[in-house]
Design a protein around this ligand. Structure first.
Ligand code: ADP
Ligand code: MG
Length: 185
């Protein structure tokens, strides 16, 4: 696959939300055939959930930009494995979640296959997605709506509250050494 610029949304509203988001970012840095080239701030966001299944607890949300040669299906499979590894329960997919990943944009591709729709169909309706996307790339164009992320944010109707947090994303794991060679004696 040729390399593409991919935007991944992540969110957590269960347990230590900062810890889960930091771990999610650390794991995104380990994706094969990929490199993370941008991470938004964390945003604390009101659950957007007309049916009330997500619970009362506010989310931490953010967006990661990844340059990758993975196929969309392979990437989705790895994200779903990572969700499970971080303790997301499949039994209640719509309930509160330790971590949720969404493929928001995959280059300018439009994908419509069972289990994968890109651009993410609710991207342009969600303040908690557009605010971090605008922070990363305000001029980025939506492949089918043909408007930039900042234009989409200006036009949004979503009344839910989204507060940018003043903490460094990924800070709990960033400085950990992956591996070191013992000194020669
Ligand atoms: P949401 O993120 O809207 O709360 P879930 O994470 O519970 O929804 O839903 C995950 C399901 O959505 C998975 O079965 C996955 O196959 C499907 N899906 C469709 N398009 C995408 C996408 N662009 N990114 C992530 N999951 C997607
Ligand atoms: Mg999801």
């Amino acid at each position: 696959m040729p390399e593409e610029i991919i935007y991944l949304g992540f969110g957590s509203n269960l347990g230590d939300r900062q810890e889960f988001c930091d771990r999610a970012i650390a794991l995104m840095n380990l994706l094969p055939l990929s490199r993370v080239t941008g991470v938004s701030s964390y945003y604390e966001t009101e659950p957007v959930d007309p049916e009330g299944r997500l619970g009362e607890s506010w989310f931490y949300n953010g967006v990661v930009r990844v340059e990758s040669s993975l196929s969309p299906t392979r990437l989705l499979g790895i994200l779903q494995e990572t969700e499970r590894a971080l303790g997301r329960e499949d039994t209640d997919r719509h309930g509160p979640r330790t971590i949720d990943f969404d493929i928001l944009l995959f280059g300018q591709h439009c994908i419509d296959q069972p289990g994968l729709t890109v651009p993410h169909p609710r991207l342009h309706q969600r303040r908690f997605v557009l605010e971090p996307l605008v922070e990363l790339d305000p001029a980025l164009k939506h492949p089918t709506l043909h408007r930039s992320m900042s234009e989409l944010l200006e036009a949004i109707q979503d009344p839910s509250r989204v507060n940018k947090l003043d903490i460094k994303p990924g800070s709990k794991y960033r400085s950990r050494l992956a591996c070191s060679v013992p000194p020669l004696s």
